[in-house]
Design a protein around this ligand. Structure first.
Ligand SMILES: NC(=O)c1ccc[n+]([C@@H]2O[C@H](COP(=O)([O-])OP(=O)(O)OC[C@H]3O[C@@H](n4cnc5c(N)ncnc54)[C@H](O)[C@@H]3O)[C@@H](O)[C@H]2O)c1
Length: 357
């Protein structure tokens, strides 16, 4: 077990939670609260080992810090994992025990949905803690974040088109979408509405058949989607899809999608740039979800209008990252890191300015 402080990679706090009776085993990682409470989803997954779970949660929580910082939110970064199979191990008691674990952190960590957890689960967790977002609308939450993530990804793709083609319109363009789940399917709908040609791939054949029927999308095998001759390749399934094997097969000018951690390794950002492909840094373009659930913490209460307006500005944020990348001679992913780090340093510093209560 790599429980040494050096492996915490700058994290403020990492909490291991255990409730024997319900079988709860969770790790809550708070990477940074410099800009605000550490918000990030709960992933429930049957990890092979506790070490795998720890590595995953540390990586994911750090990513949330950067995502919220670059997006201009007053949120820090955190993430949590529950070790277990969501199909067989998830019970009311386990989720409520987990909710009590979150409550014990008194708002330093705020949770939301991620792989293996759903809005209905947030409702159950929320019976034990004030710090669960993204529950169903009927339960008082803001609901499925896939809607806003898809809108932000769509707006972001248009910003990329503006940069590469000097024209943000997607009419007559061609986008290859990998993964048409909660985000990818809605992204396809936005693009089709604007007259964009679509090619899609998913391991779920019902999902692709639906888009072929409704939107006239072409369907290709999952192992070929990145090699489609299209303007944009949009990863919306799993991470690490931009790697040494896929980059030589890309035929697109733009890689822009919602999947987290698309670059298998940081150096692939430079490899893409050298190949003349514009990369929309994943945590910048996929911030629609965190904008949505983070708004539940707003002092005036949740506002769907404010969320939509903020999500629609994702295009401007990407454009600013592209300008920074060009000015500093950096791949776009590194430029995004710089923008996030500069904001954390400049705005986070203000916390040291004492305000009497
Ligand atoms: N939902 C959000 O608000 C949100 C926010 C930020 C980032 N993301 C990221 O966006 C991605 C998609 O999220 P989602 O909420 O749509 O998840 P989802 O589980 O609803 O959809 C993922 C889809 O990808 C498909 N898939 C799995 N393996 C595949 C493969 N090898 N090839 C092609 N398709 C495959 C699945 O069948 C599914 O239809 C994930 O990487 C997620 O982490 C989601």
């Amino acid at each position: 077990m790599p429980g040494t402080f050096s492996q915490l990679n700058g994290h403020e706090q990492v909490v291991f939670g255990h409730d024997e009776a319900s079988g709860l085993r969770c790790i809550i990682a708070i990477h940074s609260t410099v800009l605000g409470p550490a918000l990030g989803g709960t992933r429930m997954y049957p990890y092979d080992s506790e070490e795998d779970a720890l590595v995953d949660v540390l990586r994911l929580s750090r990513g949330m810090t950067y995502k919220s910082a670059v997006t201009g939110l007053d949120l820090g970064g955190g993430k949590a994992v529950i070790i277990g199979d969501p199909a067989t191990d998830k019970t009311e008691a386990l989720l409520r025990a987990y909710g009590r674990m979150i409550e014990s952190l008194n708002g330093r960590y705020v949770t939301a949905c991620d792989v293996g957890t759903y809005s209905a689960d947030m409702g159950i967790i929320g019976r034990e803690t004030r710090w669960a977002t993204g529950s169903e609308v009927v339960e008082g939450g803001s609901g499925d974040s896939g809607v806003m993530t898809a809108l932000g990804t769509y707006v972001g793709i248009k910003a990329c088109a503006e940069r590469v083609f000097d024209d943000a319109s997607m009419a007559g363009r061609h986008v290859a979408i990998q993964g048409v789940g909660k985000v990818g399917r809605r992204l396809a709908e936005h693009l089709a509405e604007e007259g964009c040609k679509l090619t899609v791939a998913d391991v779920n054949e019902d999902a692709t058949a639906d888009l072929a029927d409704r939107l006239g999308a072409d369907v290709v095998a999952v192992e070929d989607i990145h090699a489609v001759d299209a303007d944009v390749f949009s990863p919306n399934a799993m991470g690490a899809v931009i790697n040494d094997a896929t980059i030589p097969r890309l035929q697109c000018r733009i890689v822009a999608g919602a999947a987290n951690n698309q670059l298998a390794d940081a150096r692939h950002g430079q490899v893409l740039a050298d190949a003349g492909v514009l990369y929309a840094p994943d945590y910048v373009i996929n911030a629609g979800g965190v904008i949505q659930v983070g708004d539940e913490l707003h002092p005036d209460g949740y506002s769907a209008d404010r969320v939509r307006a903020r999500v629609e500005r994702i295009g401007e944020r990407l454009a600013a990252v592209f300008v920074t990348a060009e000015r500093e001679g950096l791949p776009t992913a590194e430029a995004a890191d710089h923008v996030a780090e500069e904001r954390m340093a400049a705005v986070g510093r203000l916390r040291s300015f004492h305000l009497p209560r």
